[in-house]
Design a protein around this ligand. Structure first.
Ligand SMILES: *Cc1c(COP(=O)(O)O)cnc(C)c1O
Length: 393
């Protein structure tokens, strides 16, 4: 089983079978290796492993067989060379910054990225002399204009949250490479099932495994996928020292999450498409943000770049915050939570939760209106989801 070349298999098969090096116990399902350290056969072998002359496990902050299985599987699915797992999506982003940046470096980042990602670049890397400029995700010219001689990388999320705008990954990869910098894509919203950033020229892919990869809202985890060279030179040495390792138990949960990822993503996308189409016809809604709709500004780009349109839909109520809150409070089944990518449908009011700490002018310039509601469409019966939304419409 270990000598199968999983590169020859499709994503759905890799997701179910790749990464498992069966032990002498002949187990069918991947075991959880609950061990912090490993035993060497001799003092000499210990020495060879520590110096890297002989491969093998040393300590679970560095490597663990269950975590390795998750890393191997996700790297194959992303069509990347190597993956390292982290204790959270933020720990993965932190690792990329700590591994690649030094004082005096510059980063260009899209304005709409995850709130903690903004704080990471602005407050924490900023504190150590790294400067970050934020640009409009879909304004390709603004990205290029923001690049400086010391720009180390461009960082983006596509689709964006909560307005579901789509960046042109291939165009931005070309711009990054023309200026000797790297393109980093947070692929959390799409997962490799919908979008493969490496095929479009990205250099590093980030995941929060907490969302669709888990898929059932149980564990927090993250990953960095990149070339052997980037991982070996910049990310793995930081992981060993920084220590934000994924636990074997979480890796085991995420491995089973990956097994059903393709089929879940398809179901999330089908329901989200239908829901967005239906929402567009409802009274009291000024605009629906969903790239599957012809009304979406990047509809054509999305068709080229993604295999499906995604599971997140947001919409603006004409009645502003009052109606948005009323709609949210009138639901009886949907979960009022900012988490996403769960089998359970979640509903949130970005202006007063995830984006509530932004100054009102900043929020307005980012297009996040008071009447905006975001739904992460789950896998319950779609008619039940619609019925719940209709209670407050
Ligand atoms: C949630 C999220 C993160 C952070 O991941 P955690 O696992 O919560 O640390 C990063 N990027 C995106 C797009 C996210 O949605």
């Amino acid at each position: 089983m270990t000598d199968i070349d999983w590169n020859d298999y499709s994503l759905e098969t890799q997701a179910i079978r790749a990464g498992h090096n069966r032990t002498q116990e002949d187990e069918h399902s991947i075991p959880i290796f609950a061990t912090s350290s490993y035993v060497f056969k001799s003092a000499e072998e210990a020495s060879l492993r520590f110096t890297g002359q002989k491969p093998g496990n040393i300590y679970s902050r560095f490597t663990n067989p269950t975590v390795n299985a998750f890393q191997e599987r996700l790297a194959l699915m992303e069509k990347g060379e190597r993956c390292l797992a982290f204790s959270s999506g933020m720990a993965a982003i932190m690792a990329v910054g700590m591994g690649l940046l030094k004082a005096g470096d510059h980063v260009v980042c899209s304005r709409g990225v995850f709130g903690n990602t903004v704080l990471m670049f602005q407050n924490y890397f900023g504190k150590f002399g790294v400067e970050t400029d934020f640009v409009d995700l879909i304004d390709t010219a603004a990205w290029e204009a923001a690049i400086k001689p010391n720009t180390r990388f461009l960082f983006l999320e596509t689709p964006s949250n909560p307005l579901i705008e789509i960046a042109d990954i291939a165009a931005l990869a070309d711009i990054a490479h023309k200026h000797d910098s790297l393109l980093i894509v947070d692929n959390c919203f799409c997962t490799p099932v919908l979008q493969k950033p490496f095929e479009l020229g990205a250099d590093i892919v980030i995941h929060s495994a907490t969302k669709y990869i888990d898929g059932q809202g149980r564990c927090v985890g993250g990953a960095v996928i990149a070339s052997d060279e980037i991982i070996e030179k910049h990310i793995y040495p930081y992981l060993r020292t920084g220590g934000a390792t994924m636990s074997p138990f979480n890796a085991w949960v995420f491995l089973s999450g990956l097994e059903t990822l393709a089929i879940r993503m398809k179901a999330h996308c089908d329901s989200a498409f239908e829901l967005a189409t239906w929402l567009e016809q409802q009274p009291g809604i000024a605009k629906v943000h969903y790239p599957g709709l012809e009304s979406h500004a990047q509809h054509q780009l999305t068709k080229r770049q993604q295999s499906h349109f995604g599971g997140i839909v947001s919409f603006e109520l004409t009645g502003g915050k009052e109606h948005a809150w009323k709609l949210i409070d009138a639901t009886e089944m949907l979960s009022i939570t900012a988490n996403l990518g769960d089998v359970k449908t979640t509903i949130t009011h970005p202006a007063t939760t995830t984006h509530g700490r932004l100054a009102p002018e900043v929020r307005a310039s980012a297009g996040i209106k008071d009447g905006l509601v975001r739904i992460s469409v789950g896998l319950e019966n779609l008619e039940d989801i619609k019925k719940d939304i209709l209670r407050g419409l």
